[in-house]
Design a protein around this ligand. Sequence first.
Ligand SMILES: NC(=O)c1ccc[n+]([C@@H]2O[C@H](COP(=O)([O-])OP(=O)(O)OC[C@H]3O[C@@H](n4cnc5c(N)ncnc54)[C@H](O)[C@@H]3O)[C@@H](O)[C@H]2O)c1
Ligand SMILES: O=C(O)CC[C@@H](O)C(=O)O
Length: 525
Amino acid sequence: MKKIIVTEKISDKGVALLKAQKDLQVDVEMNLSREELLKRIPEYDAIIVRSVTKINEEFYKHATNLKVVGRAGNGVDNIQMEGATKRGIIVVNTPESNIVSAAEHTIGLMLSSCRNTVKAHKMIESRVWNRDGLKGMELMGKTLGIIGLGRIGGLVTTRMQAFGMKVIAYDPYIADARFKKYNVKKCETLDELLKESDVITIHTPKTEETMNMITYKDWQKCKKGVRVVNCARGGLYNEQDLAKAIREGLVASAGVDVLVDEPKPISPLIDLPQCVLTPHLGADTQEAQDNVGIAIAEEVIAALRGEMVPNAVNLPALQAGELDTVKKFMALGEDLGKLYYQLEHNAVEKVEVIYSGALAEIETDMVTRAVLKGLFEPVLKERVNYVNAELTAEGRGVEVIESKENSPVNLLTVKVHTKKGTFTAAGNVNPEGEVRIKDINGYQFDIEPAAFMLAVNNEDKPGMIGQIGTLLGASKVNIATMQVSRNQQNGVAMMFLTVDSEVGKETLKLLQGLDGITKVQLIKI
Ligand SMILES: NC(=O)c1ccc[n+]([C@@H]2O[C@H](COP(=O)([O-])OP(=O)(O)OC[C@H]3O[C@@H](n4cnc5c(N)ncnc54)[C@H](O)[C@@H]3O)[C@@H](O)[C@H]2O)c1
Ligand SMILES: O=C(O)CC[C@@H](O)C(=O)O
């Protein structure tokens, strides 16, 4: 039975969904110390975390059985991705589930900091009624500068346009079309945004480039009394520098949901009356947490069962519409890959994956990964998977070439090059959606892959089929299908049989000894 540990609060609905799975054991352990977690983690196949649990190299060294990290939320900056990928650990998150809540909280922080709401509340709480020093700023007609026009940046944009704000944005990594779609002026430089904005909000991920992206010298470039919000990640605005800019009046107010040292409530911003601070509450709504909890439970369950997961962070993203098609070609690619080491034993130097006809239009990255997974699985077993398939090839010195060909025929061809020659296998998915192997080393077939198959090379002469059938019958192996293909040039034919059960070593030896049979190999898919 596979085991999952949940180390941070996710919604009851998510936990219930996990616990409803009969093949999974779920432990919710929210108060484990780091030492306890590291001691317990070898037992688990999957872990579900939010933003506090640090999934780093130290963690991976202990997590010897781990297959899936589920991030109940959006940002994955607490998860060291390279460490997961090289170990074949799939990392999944729920990028869409809490963005509305985060956008709304951003706006809440913007309004409350621009209107001194918290300062006013504290005053009235101490039974003082005094409006002095509480004058705020209206948003209508002001310019809002958005750094990072992604999902949350986009949601904030449309909502604040409804407030009558002019929105400008800086995001060098997205196409102009997105700026047009949101009717937002594109700032070519960060300085341009800093100079023009009355209010600035940041919605980038935490990366080496974005951490401390805005420092004191940047606040000096802004309009005096600019107002700022950070509902993304602590430290994108350097905290010390922002505090200094606030104290000096360069920045009039700040709404901040995220701190550098969270979950510790330590920051120079805390004691400044111009700041409104919340303890990373952006995603803390009933709706977001239900969405996130259910989504992460579904993803972790699917990933543990080896199914395709739409939000796998260390796998290429697939659009919902192409998932079904890609899945079928992944199954084909994996089967074609699996043939090689079961039929040949030479060290692989190069793998070519050729997509012909309409296949060239599908998202091929996952299919190539599936070919590599299938190729290495017979020799590496579960140490290779979709996540680390490419790294595995690289690590073994195998060059991988993917190419696309114009052709009237839809075909996926895998060529495995070795010092001794090239092995070729090709196949397609027929109009009924069924996987078919069409060619092995130039022998033409139309094989529906099965769990047990026999590949037989024999002299192209009468009586071959009969003696194979008789021997398998005598060994109580039922033949499901049999296809024969011949190569006129070398006089060697190839038979491909699918059988209903495992063929024992003894039977294989007897088959091998039959007159005219040159090679017999059992293939397991
Ligand atoms: N406070 C919360 O509870 C909460 C909730 C959800 C998400 N978040 C955080 O909000 C942030 C945004 O999330 P999202 O879903 O919108 O992400 P997203 O990936 O959809 O968008 C991020 C955008 O930032 C842009 N970007 C990256 N580097 C940049 C740079 N150097 N300069 C300018 N733009 C840059 C990207 O091109 C992208 O368009 C993330 O940090 C996420 O972790 C916080
Ligand atoms: O509540 C959380 O775990 C953090 C939410 C948010 O920062 C996210 O990145 O999804």
